[in-house]
Ligand binder design. Structure first.
Ligand SMILES: C[S@@+](CC[C@H](N)C(=O)[O-])C[C@H]1O[C@@H](n2cnc3c(N)ncnc32)[C@H](O)[C@@H]1O
Length: 350
């Protein structure tokens, strides 16, 4: 891995992307961004100030970044458009953009992305449960999730590895059968419900005529491998052994990654900090070791921490000096990555 590709840039990402266009054209495999959400809020950080020795230290509140837009939604969308447009040419042809938003403007940002990346390159809208305790509302319902909009640079070249999560009590329930090979659950091999279309052919197999979902040769193979279960009324199903599955295949509903809380070990004090596990899942499924991962709204540096743990090169950027300070501290504490800190495209510190 090229160590010099790890760097933190301090400044507006638009300026930075313009400057890096020449060196990084089609070189980045994955961009994750968690930009301002059009929330109308100022985000602050509480710091301990110096007080008199006999008094408890004062807490000073410092604004890390503001998400207030005088020009309203149009100004926000124009700001996002300019920056997303600058990101696209940096992505490799098999690369992807993962854009983290919430209820405030997600649908407007989706149409913006459709426009810039093309509707056909839309892959997923991932729903991540970002809090376990939504606030009560006088109207409607408390919001409990964020959205991560995933776009491929070119859907025909983009791939992801399947992601599994650990089994839990609920997902283990169907594995209530057991034989000499271990616990298993039953998988239908006959068409059910809407799969029973008029054109689906039935055929006879081992004394039972049914609209089978698999070819006779496949069913014979499973039979020889003792992977077919026969119920008391002569119906066949496939046995799926617990030992053959890596876990539960993850869908676009991510409920299993806990949000950062005040008491979380990894909490840096940065209010909008995302969990390293969230970024690890994203980076692991859509990149390989040695690939370059970028986050142009890096905040407390979560993307860099995750990328570094997974042996990917990384580039992060932030306009707030407080964010840069926290990210730098987190990365130093990892004691692993070599990186450069830059305030323009020129080198300033290591
Ligand atoms: C939601 S936070 C990112 C949090 C981050 N994902 C983490 O885990 O810590 C958004 C960040 O975008 C930064 N930001 C806002 N406008 C920016 C710009 N034009 N260029 C670079 N960073 C910007 C803010 O300072 C803030 O740190």
């Amino acid at each position: 891995m090229d160590e010099l590709e790890n760097f933190i840039f301090s400044g507006d990402c638009l300026q930075f992307m313009k400057e890096m266009k020449k060196d990084y054209h089609e070189r980045i495999r994955l961009i994750y961004i968690d930009p301002p959400y059009f929330s109308g809020t100022d985000y602050t950080l509480k710091k301990r100030g110096k007080g008199a020795p006999e008094r408890a230290p004062m807490l000073i509140e410092e604004v890390t970044y503001t998400d207030k837009w005088e020009g309203g939604l149009q100004e926000y969308l124009q700001y996002m458009r300019e920056r997303i447009e600058a990101m696209k040419p940096l992505l490799r042809e098999d690369g992807s953009l993962w854009l983290h938003v919430d209820l405030h403007a997600s649908h407007y940002v989706k149409t913006l992305l459709d426009d810039i990346f093309g509707e056909s390159n839309f892959v997923n809208e991932i729903v991540w449960r970002r809090t376990n305790s939504p606030k009560s509302q006088s109207k409607g319902f408390g919001s409990q999730h964020d959205n991560i909009l995933l776009y491929a640079k070119d859907i025909t070249k983009f791939e992801t590895k399947p992601v599994y999560r650990k089994h839990d009590e609920k997902s283990l329930k169907p594995y209530r059968y057991e034989d000499e090979r271990g616990k298993f659950r039953l998988i239908e091999i006959e068409a059910q419900g809407i799969q029973r279309t008029e054109n689906r052919k039935q055929f006879e197999w081992r004394g039972r005529t049914a609209p089978y979902l698999y070819r006779r040769e496949t069913l014979d193979k499973w039979w020889d491998e003792n992977r077919i279960y026969t119920s008391r009324n002569g119906r066949y199903s496939k046995k799926q052994y617990l030992s053959d599955v890596q876990g539960v295949l993850v869908s676009d509903l991510w409920l299993d990654i806990n949000p950062i809380q005040g008491a979380s070990k990894e909490y840096s004090g940065f209010l909008t900090q995302k969990p390293v596990a969230l970024l690890e899942r994203i980076i692991e499924c859509a990149t390989e070791p040695g690939d370059v991962v970028a986050d142009f709204f890096g905040g407390s540096g979560t993307t860099a921490v995750a990328a570094s743990r997974l042996e990917r090169s990384w580039i992060i950027c932030d306009v707030s000096s407080v964010a840069i300070e926290i990210a730098t501290k987190r990365l130093r504490e990892m004691n692993k990555p070599h990186y450069e800190l830059r305030t323009s495209y020129g080198y300033t510190d290591t």
